[in-house]
Design a protein around this ligand. Sequence first.
Ligand code: NI
Length: 155
Amino acid sequence: MAVLEIITLGDDVLRQETDPVPKLTKKITKLINDMIETMYAADGVGLAAPQVSVSLRLIVVDVGEGPLVLMNPKLVKAFGQELDVEGCLSIPGKQGYVGRSTHIVVEGLSERGKPVRIEAEGLLARALQHEMDHLNGVLFIDRVEDVEDIIEKGV
Ligand code: NI
């Protein structure tokens, strides 16, 4: 496995619409493993493929319950609304309040290529919505009311 470079705001790949993962190959499995290692190395709770310069619909998330991998994820249900603080590994030093659905259902393919249906709430729901936004070229700063500089806050 390898730690990949995480691209930051200003890189065009972050703003592109991504393509579906056509099929599970050894190359994709290696990418998944590298993304998980990269997420942990950066101390993040999620990472989307465009953040490592790969324009595919692939995300990894770990909110403390072990790594969750989703290929070609689709939001099939969303309800509730909650405002909370969010940041992004591609926008270091920034965070802001973002409204997200509190409960969601997501369908996609697992790291083994099997169909999965995830029901999520709280931080997991937020992380999944944040990472799925990346697949459409959307960043949390597009959804935030006030971007706060965490360095200015002295955090
Ligand atoms: Ni992000």
